[in-house]
Design a protein. Structure first.
Length: 320
């Protein structure tokens, strides 16, 4: 029964992404942070929407921050290496990510429980292990890099430390980015010619995720409704846009209209007006209530100064 369900889902996913099955609309809400955290990149949302995970906002790359629904920040340090990057969060508030050395000659995955307990995840013999997603069934998904520099996907039970490896057929490198409680993992791979393909797999069968006009699709998360989120490069304008795709919905997420057409900045030499130029949009997470998280990076230009880049995080809910 489970195999039939998975195969049915994979088939419907392919149809949804190719045929724009249901053009679900989302209402996006900008998040306002204190000045110290004004450039954070929102990377996930819990299944019940009670907590949001944000990346590092400190010059000390190992210092990361957790934002609660009350607007409070809980800062903590991931020990062991010079820098840390968060990649996911589950319903119980467990956070996953990876630490890396200053010269990036090594990386180690980790899971941090809500009580502060830290578990390191390292594929035996691999200098680089990256954890991309965590679920409530005690499993994480990610990838490691072998001695030849090729990436391979894995799913692991974090407390036991066992690994199940999977490579996209014929690919030179495979990246698994998340894993839901129904046994599905989104990811992407590169074939021997360097072409990129996005997919969803149950570690046996798989189906590509085909986003119209995409010249590069990067899924990052999946919920237990089997909806996949991520970003893609739009071949029509070269900009990154977010997406939500599942058995019954498809939506491109573009945050551009939320940016001001112009802003004023004072660098101590007098104020100057900067005009909006373009923006990239990244959807980074989705929970079982269909709420999404993400961020947008905009570029503004001025006749007097060089371009400036601004980041704004957001959450989104479906409106129909």
């Amino acid at each position: 029964m489970r195999t039939r369900t998975v195969l049915t889902y994979l088939a419907s996913l392919a149809l949804a992404s190719q045929a724009f099955a249901v053009k679900q609309n989302y209402a996006l809400t900008p998040l306002t942070f204190p000045d110290l955290y004004s450039q954070v990149q929102l990377i996930g949302i819990t299944d019940d929407g009670s907590e949001l995970a944000v990346g590092s906002s400190s010059f000390d790359g190992s210092l990361v921050n957790l934002l609660t629904n009350s607007g409070n920040f809980a800062s903590f340090t991931i020990p062991g290496r010079e820098g840390a990057i968060l990649t996911g969060i589950n319903k119980s508030g467990s956070i996953c990510g990876f630490t890396y050395s200053a010269d990036f000659t090594g990386a180690t995955g980790f899971v941090r429980e809500s009580d502060g307990t830290l578990t390191k995840i390292q594929v035996p013999g691999a200098a680089y292990t990256f954890v991309g997603g965590i679920r409530n069934n005690d499993r994480v998904a990610g990838n490691y890099v072998d001695q030849l520099g090729m990436a391979h996907g894995f799913v692991s039970t974090r407390k036991v430390g066992t690994f199940q490896f999977w490579d996209y057929p014929g690919a030179s490198s495979t990246y698994l980015v998340d894993f839901n409680n129904k046994g599905l993992a989104p990811g992407y791979a590169f074939d021997s010619h360097g072409n990129q393909v996005a997919f969803v797999t149950d570690l046996q069968t798989f189906t590509p995720i085909n986003i119209p006009n995409s010249i590069g699709t990067n899924p990052v998360g999946i919920n237990d409704k089997n909806e996949v989120v991520g970003s893609f490069t739009d071949g029509t304008d070269g900009l990154s846009k977010g997406f939500v795709v599942g058995p019954s919905r498809f939506k491109v997420i573009d945050y551009t209209s939320h940016w001001a057409t112009s802003i004023i900045r004072d660098f101590g030499f007098g104020s100057s007006t900067f005009t909006f130029s373009y923006a990239h949009t990244f959807v980074t997470g989705i929970n079982d209530k269909h709420q999404i998280s993400g961020f947008s990076q905009a570029t503004y230009i001025s006749d007097l100064y060089g371009p400036i880049s601004l980041i704004e995080s957001f959450t989104g809910v479906p409106v129909n």
